[in-house]
Structure formats: structure tokens, C-alpha cells
Design a protein around this ligand. Structure first.
Ligand code: SF4
Ligand code: SF4
Length: 429
């Protein structure tokens, strides 16, 4: 049975019917808060999906409403009926992708670039050469990125940090021994674009884990987590990514599978649900997901290593999928508050999406910009000199926000792992 048939005939009927239309989710939803339009709310979107399920609307009619959803899943956290909105959204998008396929370059990139370890290596070389050979400067001055991918892609490209050297990536240690009393054996999930654009953050995550007492290994054969595929409706590719990663990690007998990207971690922890109906994989997927930990979750559980002085005023932007899927909010904040010499200021509406939402900032640039503008007002109000992030798309989005506000020389955007690693190094000096 095709996914379209599943949507119209079997579409997680329980989840649809579970919605009792109470509206508790409305105030948690960033797109509803901006528009106050029912069809931009979780309740409205569920009603639209239900109308398709009941044959009252065509799938194409509701597609723009599902496109405009961030997939942040803030609605799930507050729903008293436990509606599995994320599952409904992914099923809806998979059904839409069948009747309105993603453009071929996007499908090509999902299958052959992000879909294979070789493709990710190639992307690493491509981005590095693009920056090193001066093509980036030329493309920017000609406005090529905006012409090809629109203003959202152009803004994201402006925010990109220098890509890691592919040679340095290939030469890095596959095994990093614990630097203190050994407490756990960890397999590190590097991710796809995050390991290219934020290679140093991955390296710093590994260094902090080692300082906290972990032997850290990077298993070969791993690939993209598949979140980007699932969010774009490419269900079969998301499943293929999950199976690849499970197979790559299950041989090592690790205590934990750790990553430092909130969105990737959310996807990894849901492999068990994704493959629950596959008899050959359900148990393996559930075991894999049980072993997954966010970087901050494990460091906080093991006890932070000795920390040295780090000056500055920090504020923290939640990653939606770290907060709403993994339900991790306290650990990153506790680690930041433990930094000697630093001041922590809570960011108002830190629980609200920054507008990145995977590829949303590219595909829904206008809506993303409005969300980011609101976010930046709160950031400025904190008086912080550093916005701390824990997810690569949020990292890029917040850099874009700071650049657009003309504050790049006053406010830094840094991953929690980078700050902790600096603090540990300061202690060791
Ligand atoms: S909070 Fe849950 S049950 Fe209530 S309207 Fe929203 S999705 Fe439906
Ligand atoms: S996932 Fe986020 S944007 Fe989408 S309906 Fe839920 S709260 Fe709103």
C-alpha cells in the first residue's frame, strides 16, 4: 500500500482522533503565535489532515499548510491527549511527496549527497574548495546563490563558517581514550553537514567526553541521521539512513551512542519508532535508540570535568528537537551555570523555535525571517555577548540573526561543546 493510501485510509487514525480540539497547543506554536490563524496551528493542521483522511479535502489543498509547519513539535509537549503530531506531520509530508515530488536536484542531494558516506565526503570537498578557490566571493558578488536557491539559501550561505579541511577530517583520530577515570565506552555520531561546517564542534565534543571519562570512538560506515529526509517526506530514504547507522554502530558493543546536534539526536532516538513495524529491524532499532544520548545529557550524568574560567555573559537557545523530542532542557543550562567566571542569563522564549527548523529557513524564508526577528529582540534584551546553541541549523540561523542585526562584532554564537572545551583547556593551563 502506498503512503498516500495510508494517509487517506489508515493515516494513524488513533493519533488523528486523539485530538480533542482543546487548543492547549495554540500558544506553544510559533506559527500560530505569529499569524493567529487556525490553519497555522497544530489543531488546525490536524483537522486538515483528518479532513483528507475522511475524503473531504484533497491532499494538495492542505500541502501549503503542512509546508508552513516548522516541525518543532512544541505542540506535542503541551498536548494533554498525547497526540503524536510529529508522526502525523511526517506521514502527511510523505504522502504529499508522492503526489508532489520534491524537485529533482533536492531528491538527488538527499539520495546521493546526504544519503551516502561518500556523498558527504564529496560535499566536504566541494564546500571547502568553493570557499578556498574564491568561488564563494564570486558567487556572493554576483548574487548567484539567491538566484539559484532564493533569499533563504543566500542568507544561510552568508552564515556558513569556514569548512573543515577534508584532509584534517580524514586524518582525525578514530579512537580518543578517556582522560580521567574511565566511566563509559562511547560511539560518537558525527552527522553529515555538521561534520563539515562544524567539525571543530564535533572534535570539542569528543574532547569534553574524553575529559569526562569516556573512551570515544567514531565508527566507520555511519551517515546522515535521516531527519532531513523524513522532514521532506522522503520516508524510504529516512528508513535507509536509519538502517545504515544501526548497522554501523551495533558491532562495537558501546555503552552509548552520543552526538552533539539536537536535531540529529532526536532522529536517532526515534529509530525505534521509525522501524517498529519492520520485523527484521524493530528490536535492533529499539536497542540502538535506547543507547543514544545527547552530549550534554551524558556529560551532566557522568559529572562535568574540572572547568576553568571563561569570561562572558551567556544565554541559551534551545534546540527544538533537543527540548521537545529528547526532552532535555536542564542539562545544557546546568553546564553553562557551572562555568567559573561566566554569567548566565535566561533567554525569554528560548523554548520557541529560532526559525531554522532544518531546511525551513530555505524553503519558507519569509516565515523563518519573522520568527528570527522576534528571537533577536529577545537576544538583544538579555545583554548577552554569547548565544549558546546545540544544533547546527540553529547555529547558522543565530549567526544569520546576529549578522542581520549588525551585531556580529558584539555577539558571538557558539556551541556548548566549544565553550566547555575552552573551559577545560583553561583549567589545564
Ligand atoms: S493540545 Fe492536543 S488535543 Fe488539544 S487541540 Fe492541540 S493537539 Fe489537539
Ligand atoms: S510542530 Fe511547531 S510549528 Fe508545527 S504545529 Fe507543532 S508547534 Fe506549530
Amino acid at each position: 500500500m502506498s503512503i498516500t493510501q495510508r494517509l487517506t485510509e489508515q493515516f494513524s487514525e488513533d493519533a488523528l482522533l486523539n485530538c480533542m480540539r482543546c487548543g492547549f497547543c495554540l500558544s506553544a506554536c510559533p506559527t500560530y503565535r505569529l499569524s493567529e490563524v487556525e490553519s497555522a496551528s497544530p489543531r488546525g493542521r490536524i483537522a486538515l489532515m483528518r479532513a483528507v483522511h475522511e475524503g473531504k479535502l484533497e491532499l494538495q489543498e492542505i500541502a501549503p499548510k503542512l509546508d508552513a509547519c516548522l516541525g518543532c513539535r512544541a505542540c506535542e509537549v503541551v498536548c494533554p491527549a498525547g497526540v503524536t503530531y510529529g508522526q502525523l506531520l511526517e506521514e502527511g509530508r510523505a504522502a504529499i511527496a508522492e503526489v508532489r515530488p520534491n524537485p529533482w536536484p533536492v531528491r538527488f542531494a538527499y539520495r546521493w549527497i546526504l544519503g551516502t558516506p561518500g556523498g558527504i565526503r564529496l560535499a566536504g570537498w566541494g564546500l571547502w574548495l568553493y570557499q578556498k578557490l574564491g568561488l564563494q566571493a564570486a558567487a556572493r558578488s554576483l548574487g548567484l546563490i539567491e538566484k539559484i536557491g532564493g533569499p533563504g539559501l543566500a542568507a544561510m550561505e552568508q552564515a556558513l563558517p569556514a569548512a573543515a579541511s577534508p584532509v584534517a577530517r580524514a586524518a582525525r583520530r578514530r579512537i580518543t581514550p578517556a582522560q580521567s577515570e574511565k566511566k563509559a565506552r562511547v560511539a560518537f555520531f558525527t552527522g553529515c553537514i555538521s561534520d563539515i561546517a562544524f567539525f571543530e564542534t564535533n572534535q570539542n565534543s569528543i574532547a569534553v567526553l574524553a575529559a569526562a571519562g569516556c573512551d570515544v570512538e567514531i565508527p566507520t560506515g555511519q551517515g546522515c541521521c535521516g531527519a532531513v529526509h523524513a522532514h521532506a517526506g522522503e520516508h524510504a530514504l529516512a528508513v535507509a539512513q536509519a538502517k545504515r547507522n544501526i548497522a554501523a554502530f551495533e558491532q562495537g558493543g558501546y555503552d552509548y551512542v552520543v552526538n552533539s546536534a539536537g536535531g540529529c539526536g532526536g532522529a536517532l532516538k526515534e529509530y525505534g519508532k521509525l522501524l517498529a513495524g519492520d520485523p527484521g529491524w524493530a528490536e535492533r532499532a529499539a536497542k540502538f535508540s535506547r543507547a543514544c544520548r545527547d552530549f550534554s545529557e551524558l556529560v551532566a550524568a557522568l559529572g562535568a570535568p574540572p572547568l576553568g574560567e571563561v569570561a562572558g555573559t551567556f544565554t541559551y537557545q534551545d534546540s527544538c528537537h533537543l527540548r521537545n523530542v529528547q526532552r532535555i532542557t536542564a542539562q545544557p543550562r546546568a553546564l553553562l551555570k557551572a562555568l567559573p567566571g561566566a554569567r548566565y542569563v535566561e533567554l525569554p522564549e528560548a523554548d520557541q523555535c529560532c526559525g531554522a527548523a532544518g531546511t525551513y529557513a530555505v524553503t519558507q524564508a519569509e516565515g523563518s525571517d519573522r520568527i528570527l526577528s522576534r528571537k533577536m529582540k529577545h537576544v538583544v534584551a538579555t545583554g548577552a555577548d554569547t548565544v549558546v546553541v546545540v544544533n547546527p541549523p540553529c547555529h547558522l540561523e543565530m549567526i544569520e540573526g546576529v549578522q542581520r542585526a549588525g551585531l556580529a562584532d558584539k555577539i558571538k554564537v557558539r556551541h556548548l561543546a566549544d565553550i566547555l572545551a575552552e573551559s577545560i583547556r583553561n583549567k589545564e593551563r
